[in-house]
Design a protein around this ligand. Structure first.
Ligand code: ZN
Length: 81
């Protein structure tokens, strides 16, 4: 098994971050979130459910992968089905 952020590990985190399934990001959003998790595992570990509501958390400002995800998540209709 790979030691980097595995799909299983991400799925566990997604279950914490998105306790209600309807808030789960779409497949593209999940891919973008995984890119953030893999690029910045320490930052990803600090991500809390509230950060998905207030997407402009200054702690993550300037992190390209986070901004790409949050821009998508904030505007994607599938992510908020
Ligand atoms: Zn989406």
């Amino acid at each position: 098994m790979a030691q980097r952020v595995s799909n299983d590990g991400l799925a566990d985190r997604l279950g914490v971050l998105f306790p209600m399934d309807e808030n789960l990001p779409c497949s593209e959003g999940t891919t973008l979130l995984r890119a953030f998790a893999e690029a910045r595992p320490a930052d990803f570990a600090f991500l809390k459910p509230g950060d998905l509501i207030n997407l402009h958390n200054s702690a993550f400002a300037g992190i390209l992968e986070w901004e790409t995800f949050s821009e998508h998540y904030g505007s994607c209709e599938l992510c908020h089905a």
